[in-house]
Design a protein around this ligand. Structure first.
Ligand code: GLU
Ligand code: MG
Length: 439
């Protein structure tokens, strides 16, 4: 049958969903500036369809303005299906200026401030765990070669798709949980790191679909399962020289002064930040001690339960320590849009730099074993234990409110509080089932 190629122009929104509109791809260049029409209330559409109350109603016109550098076209060589084709966009006013609530612009503004105020470029990579239902569940199969084998060629399809889209796949593995897999890619600079996370999630879904299966990025499959974490590895380059500047072997834990202040800002803001990085009700089933996720706002040295972990340097690789050095934020998942996730981290880190906060002391013991007094003396707190608490903390954080701007801060809270209320009557198992369907 004759066909004409379409492209979807998409944004990643408060719900962490990728939404947009399509048109013939041959018009992409012509629509570079005007994009496609959009409206404010779209950002109030929750993952479950219901629309949260918000300030926009049926009024107002916006556009999704494509960023042609993010154009993805992956041909899976399947006659029955259109190639996977989409392009990421900013949400703009009709005059092309950024809309106050554009998630991508929230991150872009933070990155620009980081560069202007501290001379830093952020280099980052999102590490994703997810559930792939194209394999039957097999008990006790973490990291198992047989779990790898049983996914057939899905992993290879995914690696192909990511490579076609210009990402650089690093590892693919069967993770610890039932039908759980993990994919990592090489880091990118600035906005591109978050764009790549959106692209990766969609290409995993696309690759799974070509295998008549689903890849789900739900934060946790069942209350008794291990979570699907999204961990953010980050480091810095000097904006002028493009040399790595996160590492300083003369300082505690090898963390440079600027990296240390940035990390301290993240730890200080972490109870509010989780509202942006762990943005579902079930995210908080995952963020408990002894699930290898994160439960406290601590800097752990090579500890996979820390809020922020200093990742290892592999001397044997031959690569310079400064090139490898990075910190890993672990209290996140894919219910959060990568733009809020990374944007929140950047603004929190910037707060640490602005205040000149000292590099945090690293912990090498388990904070869940510490007494209240010990926690307090080290400035450690348990992270929020519900989305509602995280949202209340974000509501009261004047620095993050200023970073988001009053309108985005308001609509983010309205959206997520509505989602929280929507699920309030459901049991944890039912909530997990709901999120599994939509992420
Ligand atoms: N599944 C764990 C989480 O929820 C992470 C395990 C790991 O360290 O990779 O974050
Ligand atoms: Mg993992």
């Amino acid at each position: 049958m004759p066909r004409e190629e379409l492209v979807m122009v998409c944004c990643s929104d408060i719900a962490g969903q990728t939404r947009g509109k399509g048109f013939p791809v041959k018009l992409l260049e012509a629509r570079r500036n005007r994009g496609v029409g959009w409206t404010g209330t779209n950002i109030m559409i929750t993952s479950f369809g219901a629309i949260a109350d918000g300030p926009f109603g049926s009024f107002g016109d916006l556009c999704l303005k494509p960023d042609l550098d993010t154009h993805v076209r992956v041909d899976f060589d399947n006659e029955e299906e259109a190639p996977e084709q989409f392009v990421l966009s900013d949400i703009c006013n009709t005059d092309g200026s950024p809309w106050d609530c554009c998630p991508r612009n929230f991150l872009r503004r933070g990155l620009a401030a980081l560069q202007a105020e501290a001379g830093l470029l952020l280099k980052a990579s999102f590490e994703h765990e997810f559930h792939y239902d194209g394999v039957a569940e097999r008990p006790n199969s973490g990291y198992n070669l047989d779990s790898y084998r049983r996914q057939g060629s899905f992993g290879e399809t995914l690696i192909y798709a990511l490579t076609q889209a210009g990402l650089e796949p690093d590892t693919f593995m069967p993770e610890y949980g039932p039908c759980q897999y993990e994919i990592t890619v090489e880091p990118s600079i600035g906005l591109r790191a978050a764009d790549n996370a959106v692209i990766l999630r969609e290409l995993a879904r696309a690759a799974a679909r070509r295998h008549d299966a689903r890849a789900s990025f739900t934060p946790i499959l069942r209350p008794d399962a291990v979570g699907n974490g999204v961990h953010l590895h980050f480091s810095f380059l000097d904006a002028e020289t493009r040399e790595p500047v996160g590492y300083d072997p003369a300082r505690p834990h090898g963390i440079s002064q600027r990296m240390g202040s940035f990390a301290a800002g993240i730890l200080q803001k972490m109870p509010a930040l989780t509202a942006l990085t762990a943005a579902s009700t079930i995210s908080y089933i995952r963020l408990v001690p002894h699930r290898w996720s994160a439960a406290f706002n601590n800097l752990g040295i090579q500890d996979r339960e820390a809020g922020v972990r200093r990742a290892p340097v592999f001397e044997a690789s031959g690569a310079a320590a400064a090139e490898q050095f990075n910190l890993e934020y672990r209290a996140g998942d894919a219910a959060a849009s990568p733009y809020f996730f990374l944007g929140g981290l950047v603004w929190a880190g910037l707060h640490g730099l602005r205040q000149g906060l000292a590099t945090p002391d690293g912990t090498d013991e388990d904070p869940s074993e510490m007494t209240e007094a010990e926690l307090e003396s080290r400035g450690l707190v348990r992270l929020p234990q519900s989305l509602a608490t995280a949202l209340d903390t974000l509501a009261g954080d004047e620095d993050l409110k200023a970073a988001m701007g009053p309108l985005l801060h308001q609509v983010y809270l309205q959206h997520k509080r509505f989602e929280n209320d929507l699920l309030a009557e459901l049991s944890p198992v039912e909530q997990c089932e709901h999120y599994h369907q939509v992420y």
